[in-house]
Design a protein around this ligand. Structure first.
Ligand code: 5GP
Length: 134
C-alpha cells in the first residue's frame, strides 16, 4: 500500500542497503533499534542521519505502524546521539521529510540531526516565500 505519496517500502532503497551492510557508511551509533551515520552531503557542521532498523518509508509510516518499543527506542537514541555528539548545549535541529512536498529523497524513514553551529532560518525555498502572504 502506498504511504505518504511515496509508494510501498522498497527493500532496494539506499538506506536498506546500508542497514544490510551492502553499502558503507560513516557510523556514529548503533543499537537494537537504530543506526546513525554521517550524511554524505552535510548541510551543517554536524549532519547525522538516524534511521530505524525496521522497514518504514517515512515518519508518517513509522508513527502509524511501529511498535511502542520501536518508537521509544528511536526517540531515546536520537536524544542520546545528540548528547553524545556534544550538540545539546548549543542546540540542534531535527528534520523529518515526509513525501513529495518535503522533497524526501530516500524512502526509508530517517531523521536529520543538524548542529555544530547556527542553523539559520527554519525553512527556505518557495514554500517559505509564500508563508505569511495570507
Ligand atoms: P531526504 O531528502 O530523503 O530527507 O534526505 C536524504 C539524505 O540522505 C540526503 O541528505 C542525502 O545527502 C543523504 N544520502 C543519500 N544517499 C546517501 C548515502 O549513500 N550515504 C549517506 N551517508 N547519505 C546519503
Amino acid at each position: 500500500m502506498a504511504v505518504s505519496g511515496i509508494g510501498p517500502y522498497d527493500p532496494q532503497n539506499i538506506f536498506a542497503k546500508i542497514l544490510r551492510g551492502e553499502i558503507p557508511c560513516n557510523k556514529v551509533y548503533e543499537d537494537d533499534w537504530v543506526l546513525a551515520f554521517h550524511d554524505i552531503g552535510p548541510k551543517a557542521p554536524s549532519h547525522i542521519l538516524v534511521i530505524p532498523k525496521g522497514a518504514y518509508v517515512s515518519f508518517a509510516d513509522f508513527s502509524a505502524k511501529a511498535s511502542a518499543e520501536e518508537i521509544v527506542g528511536f526517540s531515546r537514541a536520537l536524544g542520546a546521539i545528540a548528547r553524545e555528539l556534544g550538540l545539546e548545549e548549543d542546540g540542534y535541529r531535527v528534520i523529518m521529510n515526509v513525501g513529495p512536498n518535503s522533497g524526501q529523497e530516500v524512502p526509508h524513514y530517517h531523521a536529520h540531526l543538524l548542529g555544530g553551529g547556527p542553523l539559520g532560518a527554519l525553512i527556505g525555498g518557495p514554500g517559505a516565500a509564500r508563508a505569511g502572504a495570507g
